[in-house]
Structures are given as C-alpha cells and as structure tokens.
Design a protein around this ligand. Structure first.
Ligand code: LYS
Length: 847
C-alpha cells in the first residue's frame, strides 16, 4: 500500500558515504551493475539501502556474504542489522542485473532509440542498484563502463576512453539523483569555454548522427549561460568537460546531472525550418536552467525532497533573469505571469493545491509542479524586492560561501537572507509553508489631494490547511494622473496585516492607481476600476506589466460580459485601436495585448466570480469578439500583417520573434474574415516553422486544413519533433464539435507512438488544451483522456500521473459535466494495480 512520507519524520542518515565505485556491463536485456560503497558509521542504527526491480546476484559487507532474506521487496529496501556491520569503515558490495530494454517508465537506466541513458531524479537510482537513494547522502563517484557503443559517458572528468570501455571520475561529492550514464551511437558538436579564472572546459552537445546541424543554437545557449552565471552570480564551472546529450524519450524537459546534462531532444534541436521562436526561447531558457543548477542544485543540494523548491524555485528564478537579459525583460515578465496564472493559480485554487514546500507526499514525482517551480521562483522575486538588489547579492554570496558542498533546507536559505540583511523573515516564511493564492482587495478614498488605499488580504482554505494567517505582500504601486502623466513613481507598500491602509498626499487631481507593478506578488487582485481607467493605464502606464494587465483585464471583462449575454462595450475596441496605431514601436507588446485571454482563463474567471462556466458559450463569445474586432480594425491589421514580414535569413532573436508574433496575431484576426486565404498563402510560402505552424493553426481552426496538413506530413514525416507539432495542432485547434473524433482517428495511426512521452503529450494534452472539446457536454473528452491514461499507466506512471491534472478544475463545471468527470476519474481509480503515482493524483483530485 502507498505510504505517506512526512517532513517531520526526516532523520539524518546514520552513515557517511566516503566513496562510490560502480562498474557497468551494458546490455539491453541484462546489464550487470557491480557496486562498492565505502561507509563510515556516524550514529547507531541499521544500514538501509533502497532498491527497486533489481535482480540481486550477490550482496556482501567486506568479505562477508549477506543473506538475501534481508531484502524486502514490498518496501523496496535492504535492511542490514547493526550486528552485521563492522565498527569504523567498511565496504558494501552488490552485484545486480537490470533490463534497460524493459524499462518503459524511463526512470533509472533505459534505452531511447538504441541509446543507453539514465534519469535518476528523484528516486531513479534505486532502479540501478542498492543505494542510500536520498539527496543528503553525497559521495565522489568512480564509474567504469563496458559497452559496444562508440560513445560512453558519465559524470565528472574522463579517466580512460577507449573502444568498448570508459572510466569516469567525478570528484565533487554528489547524491545519487545526479548520477548519469549515456552510451550510444552519438556525434558531438564541440566547442570550448575558458572560465574567468582560466580553466579550459571542453563543451560537447551530443546528438544522433544527422542531427548535428540542429545543435548549434544549444551550444550558443550553453556558452551564454556559462558567461552569464559568472557575470551575474560570480559562479564558475568546475570540471574539465561539460557534456549535454539529447534523447527522444524523456519524461520531463531536461536533467542537470553533474557534468552530463541529459535533455529531451525537443529542448536541444532547432533550425529555422523545424523549430518555432517559442522553441528557441525555451531551448535557451532550459539550457540555462540546467546549467545554473550546477551551483543551485548540485554544489548546494536539497536535504530531502520536501525542499525541492530550494533548488528548483531558485533555478527557475535564475533562468528567468537570464532570459530577461538575453531578450526583452518586459515580454519575459508578462509571459511568466501568464504561465503562472494559467498553471499555478489553477493548481493553487483546486484540489491539488500544496505549498511550495510540501510537508507530505506519497510519490515525489507528483510534486514537480508549477507551485514548486514557478511559485517557488515568485517567492524569491518577492524576497529580492523586499531586500533590494544589494541585499539579494549579499545573501546569495553568503549562501554559496556557507553552504557549498551541503544538502540544505528552506530554513538555511532564509537564514542567509536574515544574516545578510538583518531582516526578520518569520512571517515571510509562510510563502513556503502555506498553500493557496491570496486575494488582495483594494478600495480607494479621495479627499483634498489625499488618496487613501485600503487593502485587505484573504486566502481560501486548501486541502489540509484551514487557517491562513496574513502574509507579507510587497505591493508595488505607481500613480497615473488623469492626463496620463505619472505622478508617483513605483513604490513598494509592504503589507503585513489582514487589512491595512496607505496614503499618498499632496496630489493635484485624483490619479488612477497602477497596482501590483511588475506583478510584485503572486496574488489575485480585486478592485473597482472603470473600463475608461483601464484604457488610460493601457495607454499611459510606465510599467509594461501593468499596462498589459490593464488591457488584459479590459478584454477579460468584455469576454465575460459577452459569454453571459451582455454587451462587450466600446472600450476594448477603442483601446486596441489606439494600440494598433503605433504597434510598430513595440511589436512584442502589441502582440501580447492582441492575444485575448484564452477560454480556460475565461472559465476560471467566471468560476472565481461565483458563476458556472459554460464552455460552449465561452467558445462562441470569444470567436464572436475576435470577429467583431477584426471587422472594426481590418485595414490596420492587414497593414501590420504585411509590414511585419522579416527580411533576410531567419534569426531566432527577440526582435525577429516580436515581428513574427505580431504578424501571426494579426493573422488570427484576419483569418476570421478572409476564410483562411492569408493563412493558406503563408502556409505555402513560409520558410520558417514559426509562420508555417502559425498559419496551420488558423487553417485547422477553420477546417480548411486538408492540403496544408498533408504537405506538412509529406515534408516532415521523418522528423519526430516536427511531427509532434502536427499531432498536437489538430486536437488542439479543431472546432470543438469534431475534436474528440479527430483525436481518436489520430490515435489509430501507426506513427502514434504512444509510449514516447512527447508524442503522447502532443495528442492527449493537445485535446486537453481544447477547452470546449475536452469539457464537451457529452463527456467524450473526459472519456478519451481516461482511456489513454489507463492505457499508459502500467507503461509510464510518471507521465500518466502528470497528465491527470487536466481534470483538476472539474468541480467548477455544471452537474452533468461533473458527473461525467467523476465517472472518468473513478474509472481510472478502480484499475487494479494502478501505479502509486496515478492513484495519488486521482484520489487528490476526487478529494
Ligand atoms: N531537475 C530537473 C529540472 O531541471 C527535473 C527532474 C525531473 C524529475 N522527475 O527541472
């Protein structure tokens, strides 16, 4: 039975691990692993090792064989009683056999397209051999690998590389989750980096033969990351080589194994013809993310998995800063806020809500969530805002000095901020321990040149947490005068009470409040604001995020009104007209504003305001609004569509991406009027994937996609990553009434290789993202998802469990839909032998 792990039960490991030696004889069906672990006792107690699915051939301590009855297969542990353990230092030996070929869960050692590779975070190493598989047990690794494969890699520096054999040594003590091994028929593009203290580092990006010409951008991104971390955080790389490998079968995005990062190939391979601007940006960001983990994750790791956000929240924060510096800070901030709202707020307000630092779990893989990652990053952003640039820098320097080589906790992290800045962070720490998104309400009073802002905060109860004490909320505000001038520059109000007032004096005329500038805290906001005031902010606010938010709120209000059968009013259209006038000045910003809130967000907004969202009405209203706006602004949109063509060879930089995104935003409106004529022409002529796919999306939505889809498949049929896009665009963009049928037809195809996580996600999550189709009244969307989750679970529990979250909003819909969703969830729950991963998710969602 699934047991629950609690933070409060954490105990230090009673042994120190001095060295790990591993020897692999690789074979697809019978890999032999011999291990020698040198321990020294630190405290009384048995020696407990983790192991799962291992065929154990021998276990011994020093010269003495151990009885295999010490193994508990139910608990996946080997427990060696104190009496059998010598005093002082001793060595535990094991020889086991494992079958990479049968490992479809992609955890531990497995095969991807003939390449041996590993994924050990969080608890994958126990599928390789017996080990204290917990992040606070760290050791240097010595690894010897025999294999027929031409390229054989592991962590650290190479000791011997010859045909059929390689030996690697990683001098930096690390936990098992950072172990990696790769052996395969691979080719590298190679480059060099000299660190600022003069260490020469060989850089390799390893891919399958034939993919080299799509690996250049990944290499550039790696070099930029290394340079950035030196310049901004003063952090240098610490080995002689850095290897990065792309594999096609991977459960997540990428993994920061010491000196040997392993990536999902979709986050490495890119060319103008095969990758979109969005892909390029993600590649750069994730390469940065994994590289930055070398310090925030590897050199300083987590004491236990409850502390996961210690490394992930911080590293996301760092990769966000990196992308801001490489591209546009304003665009990055706005898109991060959009992602946070779409994924994390949704999680925080539903049955899966948990704090950034959870205090219990059944399956840790279910906690690699938007809350741990993205909210974890927001919490650090708030901390930085409260202590200032200088305080942040001092605290981080102290963190690296004090904790290098250690396995740490959130308390250690907060302590360095307290010590470096003298601030008391007791109340602030609730951001780590409390789940839920605070709701901030603002009222205004105006008299004799004095503006009084009254704030209240409240947070709804979340599963297991009924009390929600007040948090520290940094509220960045500015004031915009009635003529559009800024009369008060950004100032940060520090809210600490459930209700609090702040005043601004000496004002000439009543200003409009620009609230929560830069999205200074992850909260929802409620205030009285007229459409006219929103339009004023959209036109004149000096803070890009707040400007965008004003426009977004205006659009959201219009969409909710239309959905509920009321009038949208003139303000949105007027405001967009103004924005379109000088859209050339900032095409990225204009395109962000033109992208109206999605159906999912409209549904969430209606639910948050106490209503019951009707997915069909939402879909119709949104379509209607786009058509109306397109009709009003047709001439200008057409002009922009023509003028936003990028000349010359494709460049995946921020400026080029901005023009293309404005062009495609214009196209999304115009396609409602021209019956897809422009989209068809663009699909025929586009020389880059961004425009090619953008055009295809419109054609699919219009049901005029037959030729474009056929030509796309003819051209890219052999390219897995590009075909994933083809598989995704159809269920995602097809008109809701036909989408489930289409998804079913696609699932019948022989190239629907559903055991490949990218392909599975493309089709299944593609349908999940088609709001009105997935939440169709007849329940067919829910049934489709349930059917495929049931099928995938025995093969790959991790990916199955992650995708259950498509159901997390089920309670916000009407009784019929709820009944269908419940039936689908209960069908999953009742499958005999359902994985621990999926059963934990389904039972939390059912609540
Ligand atoms: N640590 C990885 C990252 O960079 C993810 C590992 C996923 C383990 N299930 O986000």
């Amino acid at each position: 039975m699934a047991t629950t792990q609690y933070l409060k039960d954490w105990q230090p490991y009673p042994f120190e691990l001095l060295e790990t030696r591993l020897e692999f004889d690789l074979s697809a069906t019978a890999t032999r692993v011999r291990s020698a672990l040198r321990f020294r006792r630190r405290a009384p107690g048995p020696l407990i090792l983790d192991g799962a699915g291992l065929r154990t051939l021998s276990i011994r301590i020093d010269g003495n064989d151990l009885d295999r009855s010490l193994i508990s297969h139910a608990d996946e542990t080997l427990s060696i009683p104190e009496a059998l353990i010598p005093e002082g230092e001793f060595t535990f030996f094991a020889e086991v056999e494992i079958s990479p070929e049968e490992n479809t869960a992609l955890e531990g050692l497995y095969l991807s397209g003939g390449i041996f590779c590993t994924q050990c975070e969080a608890e994958g190493f126990r599928h390789i051999t017996w080990y204290p598989d917990r992040p606070d047990v760290m050791a240097p690794f010595h690894v010897r690998i025999r294999s027929e494969k031409p390229v054989i890699l592991s962590n650290g520096n190479p000791v011997t590389r010859q045909q059929g054999f390689a030996e690697w040594h990683d001098p930096w003590p690390k936990p098992s989750y950072l172990f990696a091994l790769v052996a395969g028929d691979l080719v590298a593009i190679t480059d060099h980096f000299t660190t600022r203290s003069g260490r020469g580092v060989e850089l390799n990006v390893w891919v399958r033969p034939g993919d080299q010409d799509r690996a250049g951008f990944a290499m550039e991104s790696l070099k930029n990351s290394m340079k950035w971390d030196e310049e901004v955080y003063g952090r240098e790389y610490d080995l002689d080589v850095f290897n990065l490998v792309a594999v096609d079968d991977f459960n997540m995005g990428a993994m920061e194994n010491k000196g040997l990062n392993i990536f999902n190939s979709k986050l490495v391979l890119a060319s103008a013809e095969t990758a979109t601007d969005g892909d390029y940006e993600r590649i750069e960001g994730v390469i940065g993310h994994e590289y930055f983990h070398n310090w925030t994750g590897n050199r300083i790791t987590c004491r236990d998995w409850f502390q996961l956000c210690l490394k992930e929240g911080l590293t996301v924060f760092r990769d966000q800063q990196f992308t801001s510096d490489m591209r546009s800070a304003a665009v990055k901030r706005i898109s991060d806020v959009q992602t946070l709202r779409a994924r994390q707020f949704r999680e925080d307000q539903g049955p899966l809500a948990h704090p950034p630092r959870p205090d219990h779990y059944q399956e840790i893989n279910n906690f690699y969530t938007a809350t741990v990652y993205e909210k974890g990053a927001e919490v650090i952003g708030m901390l930085k805002r409260l202590v200032g640039e200088d305080g942040y820098r001092k605290a981080l320097d102290l963190y690296f000095d004090r904790h290098d080589g250690q396995a740490c906790t959130i308390e250690d992290w907060l302590q360095v901020f307290e010590d470096a800045t003298g601030r008391d962070l007791t109340q602030f720490s609730r951001w780590y321990t409390d789940a839920g998104t605070p709701r901030l309400t603002m009222t205004e009073a105006w008299q004799d040149g004095r503006l009084t802002l009254g704030f209240t905060q409240s947070t709804q109860p979340t599963p297991g947490q009924s009390e929600k004490p007040a948090r520290v909320i940094p509220i960045a505000v500015g004031l915009i005068g009635p003529n559009g001038d800024e009369v008060q520059a950004t100032t940060v109000l520090e809210m600490t009470e459930p209700a609090q007032e702040f005043t601004f004096d000496g004002l000439g005329a009543r200003p409009v409040v620009s609230l929560l500038r830069g999205f200074s805290a992850p909260v929802t906001v409620e205030r009285e604001i007229s459409a006219r005031e929103q339009a004023l902010l959209l036109a004149h606010d000096t803070d890009a995020y707040a400007r965008w938010q004003a426009g977004h709120d205006l659009a959201l209000d219009a969409l909710v009104a239309l959905t509920e059968g009321r009038d949208a009013g003139p303000h949105l259209s007027q405001a967009l007209g103004g924005l379109l006038e000088d859209a050339e000045r900032d095409p990225a910003f204009a395109s962000l504003c033109l992208a109206l809130p999605g159906e999912e967000e409209i549904a969430g907004t209606i639910a948050a305001r106490g209503g019951v969202p009707d997915p069909d009405a939402i879909h119709a209203a949104r379509g209607q609004l786009i058509r109306d706006l397109a009709t009003t602004h047709e001439t200008r949109l057409a002009e922009l569509f023509d003028s936003m063509q990028t000349d010359g060879p494709y460049r995946p930089d921020a400026a080029g991406a901005a023009s293309r995104s404005l062009r495609l935003a214009a196209l999304s409106y115009l396609s409602r009027l021209d019956d897809g004529a422009r989209a068809q022409a663009l699909s025929d002529s586009a020389s880059n994937m961004t425009e090619r796919l953008g055009a295809l999306e419109q054609l699919v939505a219009l049901g005029k996609d037959e030729r474009a889809l056929r030509e796309f498949a003819d051209e890219f049929g052999k390219n897995r990553l590009v075909m994933d896009k083809w598989f995704m665009v159809q269920p995602m963009r097809t008109a809701p009434t036909g989408a489930v049928q289409r998804a079913n037809a696609l699932a019948q195809r022989s190239d629907f290789d559903w055991k490949n996580p990218n392909r599975f996600r493309a089709l299944i999550a593609g349908l999940g993202a088609n709001h009105a189709a997935f939440h169709g009244k007849d329940g067919s969307g829910y049934d489709f998802l349930a059917k495929w989750l049931i099928r995938l679970d025995p093969v790959n529990p991790q990916t199955t469990a992650r995708m259950c979250s498509a159901f997390e909003t089920w309670r916000q819909y009407d009784a019929d839909r709820q009944a269908h969703a419940r039936a689908a969830l209960e069908r999953i729950a009742s499958v005999p032998g359902l994985s621990r991963n999926t059963s934990e998710m389904v039972s939390r969602i059912l609540g």
